[in-house]
Design a protein around this ligand. Structure first.
Ligand SMILES: [Zn+2]
Length: 445
C-alpha cells in the first residue's frame, strides 16, 4: 500500500456526510489525489509515523464548494447591464454583446477571471454553460480546477455553431477530448425550453443516456415562460419536456421559480435535480424558487451563482447564506433549510446532481481530496458556538485560507498557485475597455 503523503490537521473538520457532524482535533490524511482517512490527531503518529503534517490551527476543513450553475466567461460582463428584467437584459444587452465579442479569447479571459475568483472563495468545482466549452475546459484545467463542461445547444446561430447539427458535432468532439481528463466531465447544456427545438431535445435525451451525462437546462426562470410555451407548443413547459423524455433524473433544472404545488410533486417524482440561484433570481426579479417545499418533498437541491453578469459575484458563501435565509422568509418557516442543509446544498447535493457523488462533495475516505481550509479566528466569526452555523451565517469567502483539488494545493496566501493573477487582471481590464467601447456605461472610470 502506498504511503500517505500528507496529513491536514485542523481544529475542526465538517465532513458534510453525515450532515451536521463536527469533528474536533482531527486530521485528514491524503494520499495522491484521494482522502485516505479522517482520524483523531492523537492517533496520527501511531497510524502514520513520519507523515508530513500541515498544521492549520483554528481552521475548519470543509469539502470544496460546488458551484452548480454558472457561465464563467460572463465574468467579463460583470456590471455591464444591471437593474433590468430578464428578457430586456438578455435581448438588449447580453446577447448583442455576445454576438459581437464572444470567441476563444473572450472565453479564455472570462473563464480565468471566474476561476481565480471561485478558487479564492473556496469553490473547487463548477458546472458551466457557455460557448467555446473547449476553451473553458482548457482554462480550468490549467488552474487545476475541477469542472463539468456544458455542451451548448441552442436553436440559434452563434459564434460557436450555426446549426443544431453543428452544436451536436462540436459538443460531442469536446466530450471525446475530455473523456480521459481526471478533472473534467461534461453535460449537455441546452439554453432554455424557449430557445431549443423538440428535435434537439429528443436527440439530446438519447445521447445523454448513451454518454451517461446530465442535461443542464434553464427552466421556469420567469413568468412569461409558461405563457410563451402554451402559445407556441400548446403545452406547459413541464408537459412538453415530459413528452420529450427530458423530465427525469438526468435533468438539472436551473431556477424553477414558477412552480405550483402539483409541479413540485411531479419534479420530486421524476427525480429532477433543482439548481437554485437565489441572487440571480432576486436581481432579475424573476421569482423565487420554493426551496423549503421542494426540500420537504425530498428533491435534491443544489446551489449556483449563475453568471457574474446577473449576480454579480461568484461567491458561494454568500449564495449559501442567501439560500438559507430566503427559504425561511419565503416559506414563513424559520426551521426550513437549517445551516447544515444549506452547506449540503453547496457541496454534496451539487456533487449528486452532477453525477460526482462518489468522488466529491464530502470528506470521506476514498473520495477526491477537494478540501477548503476556512479560518474561523477572525473577529467576525468569534466566538465559535457552532461551526456549521458560523460557516453558513457569519463567514465570508475572505476567510478561505487554503484550497486543495485532487490533493493539489491550488490556492494559498491570497493567490491561485497556478494562475498569474496580474496577467488575468490585466486581460480583464483590456476586455472591459473593448466592451465599453460599444456599450457605454455611465459613470465608470
Ligand atoms: Zn444561467
Amino acid at each position: 500500500m502506498p504511503v500517505p503523503s500528507l496529513a491536514l490537521l485542523a481544529r475542526w473538520i465538517v465532513p458534510v456526510e453525515p450532515e451536521n457532524v463536527v469533528l474536533e482535533d482531527h486530521a485528514l490524511v491524503v494520499q495522491g489525489d484521494s482522502i485516505v482517512e479522517l482520524l483523531p490527531q492523537r492517533q496520527l503518529d501511531s497510524r502514520h509515523p513520519g507523515i508530513q503534517r500541515e498544521e492549520l490551527g483554528n481552521c475548519v476543513l470543509i469539502p470544496g464548494l460546488v458551484n452548480c450553475h454558472t457561465h464563467s466567461a460572463m465574468a467579463l460582463m460583470r456590471g455591464l447591464a444591471d437593474d433590468l428584467p430578464l428578457i430586456r437584459w438578455l435581448e438588449d444587452h447580453i446577447w448583442p454583446t455576445e454576438q459581437r465579442w464572444v470567441g476563444p479569447e473572450f472565453v479564455r479571459a472570462g473563464t480565468e477571471l471566474a476561476v481565480a475568483e471561485m478558487l479564492a472563495g473556496g469553490t473547487t468545482c463548477f458546472n458551466d454553460n457557455y460557448f467555446f466549452p473547449d476553451v473553458t475546459a482548457a482554462t480550468a484545467s490549467r488552474a487545476g480546477m475541477r469542472a463539468v463542461i456544458g455542451l451548448p445547444v441552442i436553436s440559434l446561430p452563434t459564434a460557436w455553431a450555426e446549426t443544431e447539427d453543428e452544436y451536436f458535432a462540436r459538443g460531442l468532439q469536446v466530450h471525446q477530448d475530455l473523456v480521459s481528463d481526471p478533472l473534467m466531465t461534461t453535460a449537455f447544456a441546452p439554453h432554455a425550453p424557449y430557445t431549443v427545438s423538440d428535435s434537439a431535445f429528443a436527440r439530446m435525451v438519447e445521447l445523454a443516456e448513451e454518454m451517461d451525462v446530465p442535461i443542464h437546462l434553464h427552466l421556469l426562470e420567469a413568468k412569461g415562460e409558461i405563457e410563451g410555451s402554451r402559445e407556441r407548443y400548446g403545452k406547459h413547459p413541464l408537459d412538453r419536456l415530459a413528452a420529450l423524455g427530458v423530465l427525469g433524473p438526468r435533468l438539472l433544472a436551473v431556477h424553477m421559480t414558477q412552480l405550483e404545488p402539483v409541479d413540485m410533486d411531479r419534479v420530486a417524482r421524476a427525480g429532477v435535480h433543482v439548481l437554485h440561484c437565489p441572487a440571480s433570481n432576486l436581481k432579475l426579479a424573476s421569482g423565487i424558487c420554493p426551496v423549503a417545499e421542494l426540500d420537504r418533498r425530498g428533491v435534491n437541491i443544489a446551489i449556483g451563482t449563475d453568471g457574474a453578469a446577473s449576480n454579480n459575484t461568484l461567491d458561494m458563501f454568500a449564495e449559501m447564506r442567501l439560500a438559507a435565509l430566503l427559504a425561511k422568509g419565503f416559506s414563513g418557516d424559520p426551521e426550513a433549510i437549517p445551516a447544515a442543509r444549506a452547506l449540503s446544498m453547496a457541496t454534496l447535493n451539487g456533487a449528486r446532481a452532477l453525477g460526482l457523488e462518489d468522488s466529491i462533495g464530502s470528506l470521506r475516505a476514498g473520495k477526491q481530496a477537494d478540501v477548503v481550509a476556512v479560518k474561523l479566528d477572525r473577529m467576525e466569526t468569534l466566538p465559535v458556538h457552532h461551526v456549521v452555523s458560523q460557516l453558513v451565517y457569519a463567514c465570508s469567502r475572505h476567510q478561505v485560507h487554503k484550497v486543495w483539488i485532487a490533493g493539489q494545493n491550488v490556492y494559498q496566501a491570497g493567490s491561485c498557485v497556478r494562475l498569474d493573477q496580474a496577467a488575468v487582471a490585466s486581460r480583464a481590464r483590456e476586455w472591459a475597455r473593448r466592451l465599453r467601447h460599444d456599450h457605454p456605461v455611465e459613470s465608470q472610470p
